[in-house]
Design a binder for this molecule. Structure first.
Ligand code: HEC
Length: 245
């Protein structure tokens, strides 16, 4: 019992430490990403956004284009036409056009590889991070982020989301959160932008563990088999013990 309590306390402490790592100042609460890795259409859209908007700076070096094509039900032609623009071959991994040295020179820090980012940061965090940019003249890129103060990442989706800025009264609301107002509308309405971000997060979640879709389906089949087996063994047991009673 003592040991169990110890484990519970340790788990709680660890998970609190994990959340604390990304907790921004003030009372911001993560909104759930609600993405669905079994939704192939969403994954296909997400792949396209990531190739177009993210691989300019980030790599996903553990992921091969061919793997993405197979997992997302794309033929080789569709794969090349939709996701491969700079003469890669299907077996290549997703590399960035930007070299780390240049990134450090321009941004002060190399953009992290995206292969496992959903596992290290969590899907909810990614969903909120990509929706959390706002204009801030005091930073190098002119952008800041609610979830990563003074981030070196520019707001690469600004044309879609539009530009938001902290309101005049400035700093914080009573609960510590910044109040943002849109100063320039984007191409998308807020809900549409959320959908785009959800597709991106979905794809990042998927590449973090492409097996998870298969594994979930397999899990359901295994449990079904075990239940069936339980019923059969129970019937068998009754049959065998029938005469003894
Ligand atoms: C112009 C270059 C550039 C582009 C394009 C870009 N990023 Fe970034 N990204 C960065 C840099 C630089 C960092 C490091 C930020 C920091 O540590 O402050 C970063 C950091 C991140 C992080 C880590 C945040 C954290 O909490 O540490 C995530 C997640 C991320 N980017 C996702 C994306 C996604 C998804 C896209 C495409 C929609 C994208 N980035 C496009 C430059 C870029």
């Amino acid at each position: 019992m003592k040991l169990r309590l110890g484990i519970v306390v340790a788990t709680l402490t660890l998970s609190m430490a994990a959340t604390a790592q990304h907790a921004p100042a003030g009372g911001l609460v993560l909104e759930p990403a609600d993405n669905d890795v079994t939704d192939t259409a969403s994954l296909q859209r997400g792949a396209k956004y990531v190739v177009n908007y993210c691989l300019g700076c980030h790599s996903a070096q553990y992921v091969r284009y061919s793997q993405v094509g197979a997992g997302l039900g794309l033929t080789e032609d569709e794969l090349i036409e939709n996701l491969m623009f700079t003469g890669e071959r299907p077996f290549d991994t997703m590399q960035s056009a930007l070299r780390d040295e240049d990134a450090v020179r321009w941004f002060g820090v190399a953009p992290p590889d995206l292969s496992l980012i959903a596992r290290s940061r969590g899907t909810d965090y990614l969903y909120n991070f990509l929706r959390g940019f706002y204009a801030d003249d005091s930073t190098l890129t002119g952008a800041n982020n609610l979830w990563l103060d003074n981030t070196a990442m520019p707001h690469v989706l600004w044309q879609l989301q539009g530009i938001r800025r902290a309101t005049e009264t400035g700093e914080a609301e009573s609960d510590g959160t910044l109040h943002l107002e849109t100063v320039r509308a984007g191409e998308l309405r807020a809900a549409q932008y959320d959908d785009v971000v959800r597709d991106i997060v979905n794809f990042l979640d998927y590449i973090g563990e492409p097996m998870q879709v298969e594994r979930q389906a397999l899990g359901i089949r295994v449990i079904g088999f075990l239940l069936l087996f339980l019923v059969l063994s129970y019937m068998l047991k009754r049959e065998i013990w029938k005469d003894v009673h």
